[in-house]
Design a protein around this ligand. Sequence first.
Ligand code: G6Q
Length: 547
Amino acid sequence: MNNTNLPLTARPAWHDLKSHHQKIQAAHLRQLFLDDPKRGERLTVEAGGLFLDYSKNRITDETLKLLVQLAEQCGLRSRIDAMFRGDRINITEDRAVLHVALRAPRTASIMVEGEDVVPQVYAVLDKMTDFADRVRSGAWKGHTGQRIRNIVNIGIGGSDLGPVMAYEALRHYSDRSLTFRFVSNIDGTDFAEATHDLDPAETLFIVASKTFTTQETMTNAISARDWALKGLGGDPRAVARHFVAVSTNAAKVSAFGIDTANMFGFWDWVGGRYSMESAIGLSTMLAIGAENFRAMLHGFHQMDEHFRTAPFEKNLPVLMGLLALWNNNFLGAHTIAVLPYDQYLKRFPAYLQQLTMESNGKQVALDGSKVTCDTSPIYWGEPGTNGQHSFYQLIHQGTRLIPCDFIAFAESLNPRGQHHDILMANVFAQSEALAFGKTAEQVTAEGTPDWLVPHRVFDGNRPSNTILARRLTPEVLGQLVALYEHSVFCQGALWNINCFDQWGVELGKALAQRIVPELDAKTEPVLAHDSSTNNLIRSYRMLKGAS
Ligand code: G6Q
């Protein structure tokens, strides 16, 4: 049954799901809810502090049974075990995938190549804690003896999106006497705007780069060093007080001029987009303190344990993964909207875009063959209620099916009058409207003239999940991120693809390296690209007055 070489679409459960889909495709959520008055209570699951209502999906008990069978036939259980065991499941880079070790308890033991990595994880966490405490208390001084008031994280992709998202998400818990900025883009505007009002004497840069070779990050780090030294009288010793590094590459860190005593390490078994709770999260720890950071790790770990041990039909990440696959591969939905009804989660959709699409935007199965069905849907979203006043029109009445993940919290971190009840009323109203819509009869009964009726009808039957938690805490953020990480893993396991490489980002990088000197050349370079690229390069050179 677990024959890994069988394409997903050749699995018996896939065929059963296809014919099942034929049978139920006409079923409307209105009917499904009428048929089972307890559906909204039944199709729910809870793990840690997260409650998932998935009843507003176009599924029946049979759908779920078959999806679970599909997961079993694809060997999901053994895939999960292999990840937690530290097998080299990232086969194209020959690496283990052990972000779960970053949040394991101190007493755990996880072996990689005969070595227990948990003590290493805690050695770095302890070093981060000591450093964060010193900066937050003012004991760590800048070169001129002033305390650090500004922290600028320089990193991109996995070394940026997690830290920014976590900082924004947990801002409520952050030390407000510290200013945090994040520089990622090679566009000099990013650096200029992040630093224009900062005093170098009070500014600490974290250069966050797993490889310490990423073009954008290294260019920004060099600009930061120039900026800092210029503002601090040019003494190179200032670097030691104003720069720390987060990396796996000690040689490159020290070549840059950062003392490796001020380097926080991690390991090749931590993928960039799975690294926000490693030392890459140093800015998070500086913002919220070590205790809150540990609470976040605990949240991650709770979800890891749930994922590892819960039966599939009660397993939150597995269910979310299977539902995403159902909506994508059987209902033909190309995208998923992630709609957090919490302003603090405004960067969560951007974070998820990398997690989901860099992980599962693949067209080749583990054995090198082409996949036989669509892989990752496109994830996108904005916080509610703002999105309601822009793109929800398309979700409600457009021609495309857009499954939605609503995320909401029972308690506001900033209670103010009726704000929170109104916010929550909107979450519940949106998923209700999407599922049940409004029929032509209902619209007519409201006295709408006939010609206007079609414009005002809502078909409904549009699927959504609602994730509810009591309060957005560091622990709950950890659970939420781990939930999506594992849901992505489940989808990837069923599609039989490698969630942990990203070869698709390489070609553009390599071509850019070739083009940089052509843009920079003092004399007209000989261009050997296609006619469009050649012409664009010439036009650029002309416009900037290079030739
Ligand atoms: C993430 C990717 C990628 C990576 C960045 C930054 O999974 O690997 O987004 O995080 O390219 O890489 P460095 O941390 O090495 O600078």
